[in-house]
Design a protein around this ligand. Sequence first.
Ligand code: PLP
Length: 395
Amino acid sequence: MNYIDKGKHYVMNTYSRYPIVLVRGKGALVYDETGKEYLDFVAGIAVNNLGHCHPSVVKAVKEQAEKMMHCSNLYWYMPQVELAELLVENSFGDKVFFCNSGAEANEAAIKLARKYSKKKYGDHKYGIITMEQSFHGRTLGSLSATGQTKYHAGFEPLAEGFKYVPFNDFEALKNAVDENTCAVMIEPIQGEGGIYEASPEYLKKVRELCDERGLLLIFDEIQCGMGRTGKLFAYQHYGVIPDIMTLAKGIAGGLPLGAMVATDEVASGFMPGDHASTFGGNPVSCAAGIAVMKELLGGVVDNAREVGDYLKSRLVELKESHSSIIEVRGKGLMVGIQMAMADVSSIINEAMKKGLLVLSAGHGVIRMLPPLTITKDDVDRAVKILDEALNACGV
Ligand SMILES: *Cc1c(COP(=O)(O)O)cnc(C)c1O
């Protein structure tokens, strides 16, 4: 049996997978079992932010694996403390909680928001308002926060206390706040929903509303954080500071790690025993995370901004010759191409055949999340392949 048939036989059927078996990667390139090369503009869905097998991440992982692979959070260990310091010293935050994934980071944020608010205002403060078309994860709590009914179907009853309002609609949000509301949760740039950016005026008003009504503002930066948008964190584009921020995906350059960053005031809502994770902040993942942070701060974030602007300008150019392209959206290297058709899978498949990996998002959006280390030459190559793929599809 080949690996695809074997996979279908043994692995649970939760993903519709592309029919290639990837075996190794280097930088922005990845290779399948036949040796075919692909330019990787998916990067593990914004995980491989430094590309595949970045030497400083590989070195950090090897060294830490030889020292200590796991240590209970009943003890202190150095990589976790050092990564927390790097995250705090480079963000609004004062304290970090570590876990293993995005969904878990959002679970932690939901629990902290409730715990803090109940302590401060009373037991009635538990409601969380999130956005339509948002994506916050697949665990029952983070799924309940996700404002897309297609992901809810079949899993009800969901966790109580969540309401959804249209994104970028301040009046709708204001009207949805009631005496039970304790927090508002937003992706500053919606990823899975289709690369939609919050407007700066909207986020400023949301911050003011939260301050007036005693609500916590939670930014889910799991996809748009860690340099993706050309700043270390997306909130830095807006001058709007959240109370809690969640991170995962690119934080450890390919290893599983999630983090919730909060102010001291809000973090005081948790006491020992309130929340925990056996693997959370694992030494090897945190060692990788330290290497990632150093590379990001050492110039990679600037590269994401520069090359991201170039990518967007090349895609806007491409729009001239393809009427199927409606709009190019996004910041830095988090880019969405809104197509005229709702289903972009044939374009994605055609690009893959021609050696470029891209993915979809929302309705009719081709999403590009390349490593933040790519060059303008990589962009030229990707745009050329996309152009050919659109031609091959006749659009
Ligand atoms: C991917 C994603 C999540 C979920 O992360 P997992 O690691 O898959 O649990 C949550 N929020 C956003 C914005 C994401 O992009």
